[in-house]
Write a protein that binds this ligand. Structure first.
Ligand code: PLI
Length: 458
């Protein structure tokens, strides 16, 4: 069959000009930032691959929606529009808006987890695990072993290992496990999807043991795309119907609208249980705002409702992941060690393989992210030992198997030419990799240290 390429299903109506910097300016900027890309000024960044969270471009429809903001304190029209979208696309009965995903994680953890509880999940996520711990729970990783191997070709490296889960049930008892936290496209594993088959098996297992399933549905449309591409029986199904089927396997969800839903701010907690909904809608008043706005302006809720609809558009999702794959394949052609299969929201460079001369405690991924910035002004993010943090009980560093630099692609923001420039920069850094030195941490904050830690060159 003749080739039919993807292309952006939009045209550009407005642009934001970028500042170009000199090598000297970048060298000074990253040193001043303590070799932490989170501490750089955005204006000193050329191509910003720090995150795909809140950095996507909204459509003209979303911007038009912003003008429909009903900025009432209570019962805003836009809340009902959002509630309708959540019911239509995700099927959950109740929805409480929050300012972003972690606001929902806080509520969920507080209403579900008791001191001493166990919360299994398919690999940790930074904010999710912290909220579980702050509520008195302990996170256990039950992802399949393949997820910890950067080049294992398993098509669904986000899957839960039901034997690992069963071991926890046997060891601690099902009554100690309020829910299993299952994420769609597992961020820290490299944007790796979970299969529908696995979700259904998890549903059956947890049902038998009276354990709930709570979804971190932050990148659910991207997961649905991989199910459509890779799982038997789904190739003719719509993304929207797969998204709904994923939600049907769960009891509720936390959502960061800043990813799939193409907004700069927003999230929600969704639940099917009325009693839990009542608890959460009371608690949200303490942390976020009334249960009909949860920290968001009316206009933000309107834009998120429209973004949810746009997120499941077939052409959108094909081009979104097509662009990620384009960059990944360019790096593979240059023999750069990256996580494969290529994931949904970015390319993850394997820093252990890129810089084999560095110990993990010399923070290879942190050093590599700084080096890429210095080369070209491309801002990436560490997803390794710094992100993993310390064990809350022992105080020891976690030593994750995956020591990665994430090149996260915002949706609808950069062009294919930007992808080429990024690949060339990584290639230049790869060529001089032997000269790259490690880092020493000189400032370590208590919570989520990767955001604010500072380093100096060894
Ligand atoms: O950044 P929030 O609070 O809207 O969402 C928290 C959050 C929850 N789950 C997952 C899987 C995430 O990826 C996530 C946020 N991720 C960020 C900020 C990222 O850069 O990946």
């Amino acid at each position: 069959m003749p080739k039919r390429s993807w292309a952006e299903p939009f045209k550009i109506k407005m642009v934001e000009l970028l500042k170009m910097t000199t090598p000297k300016q970048r060298k000074d900027a990253i040193k001043k930032a303590g070799y932490n890309t989170f501490l750089l000024k955005s204006e000193d960044v050329y191509i910003d691959l720090l995150t795909d969270s809140g950095t996507s471009a909204m459509s003209d429809r979303q911007w038009a929606g912003m003008m429909l903001g009903d900025e009432a304190y209570a019962g805003s029209k836009n809340f009902y529009t959002l509630e309708k979208a959540v019911k239509k696309y995700y099927g959950f009965k109740y929805m409480i808006p929050t300012h972003q995903g972690r606001g929902a994680e806080n509520l969920l953890s507080q209403i579900m987890i008791k001191q001493g509880d166990i919360v299994p999940g398919n690999m940790y996520f930074t904010t999710t695990r912290l909220h579980q711990e702050m509520a008195g729970g302990t996170f256990y990783d039950v992802i399949i072993d393949e997820a910890h191997d950067s080049t294992n070709p398993h098509p669904f490296k986000g899957n839960i290992d039901l034997n690992k889960l069963d071991d926890l049930v046997k060891k601690f008892g099902a009554e100690k496990i309020p829910y299993v936290c299952v994420a769609t496209t597992v961020n820290m594993a490299g944007g790796q999807p979970v299969s529908m088959e696995n979700l259904k098996a998890l549903r059956a297992y947890t049902h038998k043991h009276g354990i709930k399933v709570m979804l971190d549905m932050t990148r659910i449309a991207e997961n649905a795309y991989f199910i459509k591409e890779r799982e038997a029986g789904y190739s003719r199904r719509s993304i929207a119907s797969i998204v709904k089927e994923i939600c049907d396997q769960t009891d509720g969800a936390t959502f960061s609208g800043k990813k799939d839903a193409l907004v700069n701010i927003g999230g929600f907690l969704a639940l099917n249980d009325e009693k839990k909904y009542e608890e959460a809608s009371n608690l949200v008043v303490v942390f976020e705002g009334l249960h009909t706005y949860g920290g968001l302006a009316g206009r933000d809720m309107e834009a998120m409702a429209i973004g949810i609809e746009e997120s499941v558009d077939e052409n959108h999702i094909r081009a979104r992941i097509g662009q990620v794959i384009y960059l990944g394949e360019a790096l593979l052609d240059l023999n750069i060690p990256i996580v494969t299969p290529i994931g949904g929201h970015g390319i993850f460079i394997d820093a252990k393989k890129f810089l084999p001369h560095l110990e993990q405690l010399q923070f290879p991924a942190q050093a590599l992210a700084a080096e890429i910035y210095e080369d070209s002004g491309v801002r990436t993010m560490e997803r390794g030992i710094v992100s993993a943090g310390r064990n809350a009980k022992t105080g020891d560093h976690y030593y994750p198997e995956l020591e990665l630099v994430r090149l996260t692609i915002p949706r609808r923001v950069y062009t294919q030419a930007h992808m080429d420039v990024i690949a060339e920069s990584v290639e230049r850094v790869y060529k001089k990799r032997h000269k790259i030195t490690g880092l020493e941490m000189v400032y370590e904050p208590t919570y989520l240290r990767f955001f604010q830690a500072k380093f100096k060159k060894l």
